[in-house]
Design a protein around this ligand. Structure first.
Ligand code: CMP
Length: 362
């Protein structure tokens, strides 16, 4: 058990966890080996588990059968198979064991339990998943190109659903911060996805909306798509931009991973972002630079959320957003809320945090 713990501790997504947490994870891992050339998972299959490589290497292949290309080679300490567990989509790639490999498998039920208990793992995985999607997208020859999204608005990329999975198209729109719409047409059915700065705002297909519409369209493997970039929203932005100053956010968290993931997301949305690790550091920063909002952990090395708010409020009535988890005591949650101008969220989903920030800063 101790040996496995040592191996797991070297895996980047688990590096920040303590011994007890590592033991909790280790108990849920199953040792699995694969022979040279063996397919560990295949594109389109249902994902039941993810794998952490202990030794050996695997190739990740995408593309139509017979035309696959290797998009990545993974080695000891890397993991794969996480995407379908996170999205409930079929496997996005085929993964082959090269000269044989040893792995730890983590099944969906245990994966869900672990992510719920250690949300920071989900955060760091989100980062890797976006990177993987973006790598895959770049290599997939038929993928639309980011330069096809013209900031001035107008017609963007278009193509055939036979060539590109809907899930990849959505990810393309998100990663290119699309403001506009993506239309899907299959026979007489038509669906429309509306995005704002890469956030998916709505999905409609006739009278059907949101998840139900998405579920139907995910099943379409033929039909056409076309993306239209909205000139209107850019116009609105230009009109408002004279009064609309760029907002500054301070992210306060012990974990470098959490700080980086949230920082990256907000920088991508055009915010000015700074980070701090504790209350003292934050006080120095808010005193010397413009800060419009603080996103913070509730437990910091030099105090908790209430201490933090009280210190800041001696000088400033800044809004706070606290990222918590289920372990927070209800009375503490109540105390924080009563201090006012403070939101609490139990989600570590960056898109949710963005929504709360945008509502708070409206
Ligand atoms: P999943 O879709 O569940 O199954 C195939 C796995 O291959 C996928 O999860 C990722 O873990 C991995 N994968 C897909 N694309 C890439 C990529 N571009 N780079 C590295 N790994 C990838």
């Amino acid at each position: 058990m101790i040996q496995i713990g040592k191996i797991i501790k070297k895996v980047p997504i688990f590096r920040m966890l303590g011994k007890e947490s590592i033991d909790f994870i280790v108990e849920r891992l199953k040792f699995k080996t694969f022979s040279p050339g063996e397919a560990i998972c295949k594109t389109g299959d249902k994902g039941e588990e993810m794998y952490i490589i202990i030794s050996g290497e695997t190739d990740v292949l995408v593309g139509e059968p017979g035309k696959e290309v290797v998009v990545a080679t993974l080695k000891s300490g890397d993991y794969f198979g996480e995407m379908s567990l996170l999205t409930d989509e079929p496997r996005s790639a085929t993964v082959l064991s090269k000269a044989g490999c040893e792995t730890f498998a983590l099944y969906k039920n245990d994966f869900d339990v672990i992510l719920e208990r250690f949300p920071s793992i989900a955060l760091s995985m989100t980062k890797i998943v976006s990177q993987r999607l973006s790598d895959t997208n770049k290599k997939a020859a038929k993928m639309p190109k980011p330069e096809d999204i013209d900031a001035k608005g107008g017609k963007g990329p278009q193509g055939d659903l036979k060539d590109i999975a809907l899930v990849d198209l959505i990810s393309f729109c998100e990663s290119n911060s699309l403001t506009g719409t993506m239309n899907l047409v299959k026979g007489s059915d038509e669906g429309i996805f509306t995005f704002e700065r890469g956030n998916l705002l709505s999905i409609k297909m006739g009278d059907v909306t949101e998840d139900a519409a998405l579920d139907t369209m995910l099943g379409w493997n033929e039909g056409k798509f076309d993306i239209t970039v909205s000139p209107l929203s850019l116009g609105i932005e230009t009109e408002e931009s004279e009064e609309d100053e760029v907002k500054s956010i301070l992210i306060v968290n012990n974990s470098l991973v959490v700080r980086r993931v949230i920082e990256r997301a907000f920088k991508g949305l055009g915010y000015i972002v700074d980070t701090a690790t504790n209350i003292a550091d934050s006080i120095t920063k808010t005193a010397s630079q413009k800060t419009d909002l603080i996103i913070s952990d509730v437990k910091l090395s030099d105090g908790n959320g209430v201490d933090f708010i009280n210190k800041i409020r001696e000088e400033n009535d800044l809004p706070f957003i606290f990222i918590t988890d289920d372990s927070i005591k209800p009375e503490f949650e109540e105390e924080l809320k009563q201090l006012g101008n403070a939101e609490l969220t139990k989600t570590h989903e960056v898109s949710e945090i963005v929504k709360i920030v945008e509502n708070t800063l409206l």
